[in-house]
Design a protein around this ligand. Structure first.
Ligand SMILES: [Zn+2]
Length: 148
Protein backbone atom coordinates (compact mmCIF):
# COMPACT_ATOMS: atom_id res chain seq x y z
CA UNK A 1 0.00 0.00 0.00
CA UNK A 2 1.19 3.45 -0.79
CA UNK A 3 0.52 6.75 0.87
CA UNK A 4 1.61 10.35 0.62
CA UNK A 5 3.47 11.57 3.68
CA UNK A 6 5.21 14.73 4.77
CA UNK A 7 8.89 14.54 3.88
CA UNK A 8 11.21 14.50 6.88
CA UNK A 9 13.98 16.17 4.88
CA UNK A 10 12.24 18.96 2.93
CA UNK A 11 8.80 18.91 4.59
CA UNK A 12 7.05 18.73 1.22
CA UNK A 13 3.60 17.18 1.49
CA UNK A 14 2.85 16.35 -2.17
CA UNK A 15 5.81 14.43 -3.50
CA UNK A 16 6.90 12.18 -0.67
CA UNK A 17 5.63 8.61 -0.62
CA UNK A 18 5.62 5.76 1.82
CA UNK A 19 5.42 2.29 0.36
CA UNK A 20 4.07 0.03 3.06
CA UNK A 21 5.24 -3.58 2.83
CA UNK A 22 4.47 -6.41 5.19
CA UNK A 23 7.77 -6.33 7.05
CA UNK A 24 8.91 -2.79 6.44
CA UNK A 25 8.16 0.54 4.77
CA UNK A 26 10.23 2.45 2.28
CA UNK A 27 10.14 6.19 1.68
CA UNK A 28 10.94 8.29 -1.37
CA UNK A 29 10.65 12.03 -1.86
CA UNK A 30 10.63 13.26 -5.46
CA UNK A 31 11.05 16.88 -4.39
CA UNK A 32 14.36 16.65 -2.53
CA UNK A 33 15.43 13.22 -3.79
CA UNK A 34 15.98 11.66 -0.38
CA UNK A 35 14.91 8.13 0.42
CA UNK A 36 14.70 5.91 3.46
CA UNK A 37 13.44 2.63 4.79
CA UNK A 38 12.26 1.53 8.23
CA UNK A 39 15.30 -0.79 8.29
CA UNK A 40 17.78 2.10 7.95
CA UNK A 41 18.53 2.21 11.65
CA UNK A 42 21.72 3.37 13.33
CA UNK A 43 23.13 -0.15 12.98
CA UNK A 44 22.37 -0.21 9.29
CA UNK A 45 23.96 3.22 8.95
CA UNK A 46 27.16 2.11 10.67
CA UNK A 47 27.39 -0.84 8.29
CA UNK A 48 26.77 1.14 5.13
CA UNK A 49 28.81 4.21 6.05
CA UNK A 50 31.98 2.92 4.45
CA UNK A 51 30.22 2.06 1.20
CA UNK A 52 28.84 5.53 0.78
CA UNK A 53 30.57 8.60 -0.56
CA UNK A 54 31.83 11.29 1.78
CA UNK A 55 29.13 13.61 0.46
CA UNK A 56 26.37 11.10 1.14
CA UNK A 57 27.57 10.72 4.69
CA UNK A 58 27.62 14.48 5.09
CA UNK A 59 24.13 15.13 3.80
CA UNK A 60 22.21 12.16 5.17
CA UNK A 61 19.46 13.17 7.59
CA UNK A 62 18.34 11.46 10.79
CA UNK A 63 14.60 11.04 11.19
CA UNK A 64 13.99 11.53 14.91
CA UNK A 65 10.39 10.34 14.76
CA UNK A 66 11.14 7.10 12.93
CA UNK A 67 14.70 6.62 14.25
CA UNK A 68 16.03 5.99 10.74
CA UNK A 69 18.43 7.64 8.29
CA UNK A 70 17.43 9.30 5.00
CA UNK A 71 19.97 9.25 2.18
CA UNK A 72 20.15 11.08 -1.15
CA UNK A 73 19.09 8.76 -3.99
CA UNK A 74 21.29 7.58 -6.79
CA UNK A 75 19.04 6.75 -9.72
CA UNK A 76 20.70 4.60 -12.36
CA UNK A 77 18.31 3.93 -15.22
CA UNK A 78 20.68 2.32 -17.69
CA UNK A 79 20.12 3.87 -21.10
CA UNK A 80 18.20 6.80 -19.63
CA UNK A 81 21.25 7.86 -17.65
CA UNK A 82 21.96 8.50 -14.02
CA UNK A 83 20.98 11.05 -11.36
CA UNK A 84 23.33 11.52 -8.41
CA UNK A 85 24.28 14.10 -5.78
CA UNK A 86 27.58 15.89 -6.26
CA UNK A 87 29.37 18.55 -4.34
CA UNK A 88 32.11 19.46 -1.94
CA UNK A 89 30.21 19.80 1.31
CA UNK A 90 26.91 19.67 3.10
CA UNK A 91 26.32 23.29 2.13
CA UNK A 92 27.52 23.07 -1.41
CA UNK A 93 26.10 20.28 -3.48
CA UNK A 94 23.56 19.76 -6.23
CA UNK A 95 21.85 17.08 -8.23
CA UNK A 96 23.38 16.04 -11.51
CA UNK A 97 21.82 14.19 -14.39
CA UNK A 98 24.23 12.48 -16.77
CA UNK A 99 22.92 11.19 -20.07
CA UNK A 100 24.18 8.17 -21.96
CA UNK A 101 26.00 9.26 -25.13
CA UNK A 102 27.66 7.36 -27.95
CA UNK A 103 31.41 7.06 -27.51
CA UNK A 104 33.29 9.13 -30.11
CA UNK A 105 36.16 7.63 -32.01
CA UNK A 106 39.43 8.38 -30.28
CA UNK A 107 37.91 8.57 -26.80
CA UNK A 108 40.69 6.73 -24.99
CA UNK A 109 38.92 6.58 -21.64
CA UNK A 110 35.90 4.77 -23.05
CA UNK A 111 37.74 2.60 -25.53
CA UNK A 112 35.91 -0.62 -26.26
CA UNK A 113 32.51 0.81 -25.32
CA UNK A 114 29.74 1.98 -27.62
CA UNK A 115 28.11 4.26 -25.07
CA UNK A 116 29.09 6.01 -21.88
CA UNK A 117 27.66 8.18 -19.12
CA UNK A 118 28.43 11.77 -20.01
CA UNK A 119 29.47 12.89 -16.54
CA UNK A 120 31.41 15.95 -17.79
CA UNK A 121 28.33 17.43 -19.43
CA UNK A 122 25.87 16.42 -16.74
CA UNK A 123 23.01 18.84 -16.16
CA UNK A 124 22.95 20.53 -12.78
CA UNK A 125 19.91 21.04 -10.54
CA UNK A 126 19.40 22.73 -7.23
CA UNK A 127 19.35 20.37 -4.26
CA UNK A 128 15.66 21.09 -3.75
CA UNK A 129 14.86 20.36 -7.40
CA UNK A 130 15.37 16.63 -7.76
CA UNK A 131 11.96 16.50 -9.44
CA UNK A 132 13.24 18.43 -12.49
CA UNK A 133 16.10 16.00 -12.90
CA UNK A 134 13.65 13.10 -12.78
CA UNK A 135 11.43 14.86 -15.35
CA UNK A 136 14.36 15.48 -17.67
CA UNK A 137 15.34 11.86 -17.35
CA UNK A 138 11.86 11.14 -18.63
CA UNK A 139 10.59 8.81 -15.96
CA UNK A 140 8.00 11.08 -14.29
CA UNK A 141 5.19 9.32 -16.08
CA UNK A 142 6.34 5.89 -14.94
CA UNK A 143 6.72 7.14 -11.40
CA UNK A 144 3.25 8.65 -11.51
CA UNK A 145 1.84 5.35 -12.68
CA UNK A 146 3.79 3.46 -10.09
CA UNK A 147 2.53 5.86 -7.47
CA UNK A 148 -1.08 5.43 -8.62
ZN1 LIG B 1 11.73 15.75 0.53
Amino acid sequence: MEKVIQCTVCENTDHCFEEVQEEYSSFMCFKCGFMSDTRFSNDHDRESEQNMSLLMNQIKVFDEARRIWWYPSVVNMGKLGMIFPEGSSKYQWQWKFAKVVPVKEGDKEAEGYKEKLDIENAQVYDKSDFISAIKDMGITKDLRNAKG
